[in-house]
Design a binder for this molecule. Structure first.
Ligand code: F6R
Length: 615
């Protein structure tokens, strides 16, 4: 949801900022813009559409060279994706420029107030008011950081702001409330960015900013205060991945690379969490065992793909740890007055750690006295910072907007958590826990095997490029997998795609089946819960009798589905609860290939942004 970069140092600010924006384009791609301080003044350029449009504009109308600058790539909220609404926004004198991520909720009142004082506002954005307010405060104080503090005290909503002022050519100032902002500290240079990926080519030393803080960066100094001006505590950290992790590495799309990285991501997420004896060691869960024993329910809150991981976690938590588990869309959670207290364990699942709905849900849970444990992929992000404990997934940076490797690692983390709860609460014996861990430890290899057999899935996807609808059916843990398969297809192929619990079919959705409609069916293992398996085999027959084109995902050796499958996708046999680890992968490949076949942009689907930092 908008990417922001700020730079001050010895290099060309424009080059550094543009390169940083390229790394942040996954956050939004409705427009892009830059501003540099040069020759005692400020020069800016901005353009609707992707960053490439701005780059073309800079070739035909170059900006003067300067070593302090800011940039922005936008996911539009207030005001359409036009040149005028693109950031940076400037004050009327053209001396102050500001970029913003978030929503300023009281902008209408501020706008009216500024208009009364004679300011001419030129865009429809909520952001522009900040440029004008900063200019007023700066002319009164002569200090951009102080001006930023004064302005922030007047703003309501969520915002990361980064600003420069032509009167302070060696300074970039940022502010953060609810939206992400990190500082990169280099040799004689400093960076501000929504995500470390923007400066990873230059430095791996980062500083995590807290809530309601203002930062002033110079070439050799970083000063952080709260909105009142009191010095603030910050956490410095080393980014533990390098620039190559944020590059395509020979793949056509980040999504393809990230799908291929799944075996490693799964293995990395298990690393260090299993001891030599094969037992679980989750030292990072700092919630005392007594509290985990006393917890009387688990509530998982998350959005989108992370929510689907949560739905699967429910099966594992209830089956292994024997504790009731609810799963809720974070965007709905706090509005329905959920029953929470100190005996509720809330698990907030988020790849980015910045999803506003999930953040608000966890804040609500903590206000009610619940303990919150984050499952997160982004070190230092807001959701783990505000949680009681965190279990990091080690997927590495996920750049493609559609989540793949983050999902599989979220599943691993949720399985580990469920087992840990089972261990602590005595719901499973040590050797039972170790047996599941052995299965989990073998899963990375099984994912690798699935990846090696995906060519027929790609071929099938290409053959369906002209279809309008694809339906997905599943039962038990296969149901959330069906939902995830449908979500991937919607967001990438822009097709009507829906996931159903197969048992619900006859209660309505079967009316959607007409000759030729492709239906993907995720078949549970015939072992263990064979009743479930047999029921879904009946469901396949029911839809096939009505003309559906059946695409059946079933484990190796399950021969009972063969007569009813127009297309059969084999996945390795796994324990029932772990099947989503292998059955999701063909659905990711299917959606990616269908999107390509339909000429869609795989990494940057329309209307979307990777990190949803507004509600
Ligand atoms: C879908 C997708 C989204 C995210 C959702 C939550 O492919 O990526 O549905 O899963 O926006 O994001 P995080 O996990 O960052 O909280």
């Amino acid at each position: 949801m908008c990417g922001i970069v700020g730079y001050v140092g010895g290099q060309s600010a424009l080059d550094v900022v543009i390169a940083g924006l390229k790394r942040l384009e996954y956050r939004g791609y409705d427009s892009a813009g830059v501003a540099v301080l040069a020759d005692g003044g400020l020069a800016a350029a901005k353009k609707a559409g992707k960053l490439v449009n701005l780059e073309k504009e800079l070739v035909s109308r170059p900006l003067p060279a300067g070593s302090t600058g800011i940039g922005h790539t936008r996911w539009a909220t207030h005001g359409g994706p036009t040149d005028a609404n693109a950031h940076p926004h400037l004050d009327n004198a053209g001396r102050v420029a500001v970029v913003h991520n978030g929503i300023i909720e009281n902008f209408a009142a501020l706008r009216a107030e500024l208009a009364e004082r004679g300011h001419a506002l030129r865009s429809e954005t909520d952001t522009e008011v900040v440029a004008h307010l900063l200019a007023e405060c700066h002319s009164a104080t002569g200090d951009l950081a102080e001006a930023m503090r004064q302005v922030c005290r007047r703003l309501e909503g969520a915002f990361t702001l980064v600003a420069v002022d032509a009167d302070e050519p060696d300074v970039v100032v940022g502010a953060r409330r609810n939206s992400p902002l990190v500082v990169g500290v280099g040799e004689g240079e400093a960076f501000l960015a929504s995500d470390v990926a923007a400066f990873i080519d230059h430095t791996r030393s980062a500083i995590e900013l807290g809530q309601d803080q203002v930062v002033e960066v110079r070439r050799d100094a970083v000063t952080v205060t709260d909105f009142e001006g009191a010095p603030a505590e910050v956490r410095a950290y080393h980014v533990d991945w390098d620039a190559s992790a944020a590059e395509k590495g020979g793949y056509d799309y980040f999504m393809l690379k990230e799908i291929a990285e799944q075996p490693r991501a799964v293995a990395d997420t298990l690393l260090g969490r299993i001891d030599a004896a094969g037992s679980l060691t989750l030292d990072e869960i700092r919630i005392p065992a007594t509290e985990l024993r006393e917890a009387d329910k688990v509530v998982v809150v998350a959005c989108g793909t992370a929510y689907h991981a949560g739905l699967i976690a429910k099966y594992a938590v209830e089956h292994w740890a024997r504790i009731p588990c609810e799963v809720e869309l974070a965007s709905e959670f706090r509005y329905r007055d959920p029953i929470l207290d100190h005996r509720t364990l809330v698990i907030a699942v988020s790849q980015s750690g910045e999803t506003m709905d999930t953040l608000m849900a966890l804040r609500h849970a903590r206000e009610q006295g619940a303990r919150v444990l984050a499952v997160c992929n982004t070190n230092g992000s807001t959701i783990p910072r505000e949680s009681d404990a965190v279990l990091y997934t080690h997927a590495g940076p996920e750049v493609a907007v559609a989540s793949t490797k983050a999902f599989l690692t979220q599943l691993v983390a949720c399985y580990l958590l469920a087992l840990y709860l089972a261990q602590v609460r005595g719901a499973k014996w040590g050797d039972e826990v170790r047996a599941v861990i052995r299965d989990l430890a073998g899963i990375a290899e099984e994912v690798e095997r699935v990846l090696e057999t995906m060519e027929p899935v790609r071929e099938l996807a290409r053959s369906l490029a002209a279809k309008n609808t694809v339906l997905f059916l599943g039962r038990h843990v296969g149901y959330p997998v069906a939902l995830e398969g449908a979500l991937k297809l919607k967001e990438l192929a822009y097709m009507h795609a829906e996931g159903f619990a197969a048992g619900e079919l006859k209660h309505g959705p079967i009316a959607l089946i007409e000759p030729g409609v492709p239906v993907v069916v995720v078949v549970p293992s015939p072992r263990g819960r064979s009743l479930l398996h047999d029921k879904i085999v009946s469901n396949i027959q029911e839809i096939r009798a009505r003309g559906a084109l059946t695409i059946v995902i079933a484990e190796e050796g399950d021969e009972s589905v063969v007569p009813y499958a127009d297309h059969l996708v084999r996945v390795p046999a796994t324990p029932v609860l772990l099947q989503p680890m292998v059955s999701t992968v063909p659905l990711q490949v299917f959606a990616c290939e269908l999107a390509t076949a339909r000429g869609n942009e795989v990494d940057q689907p329309r209307n979307l942004a990777k990190s949803v930092t507004v509600e």
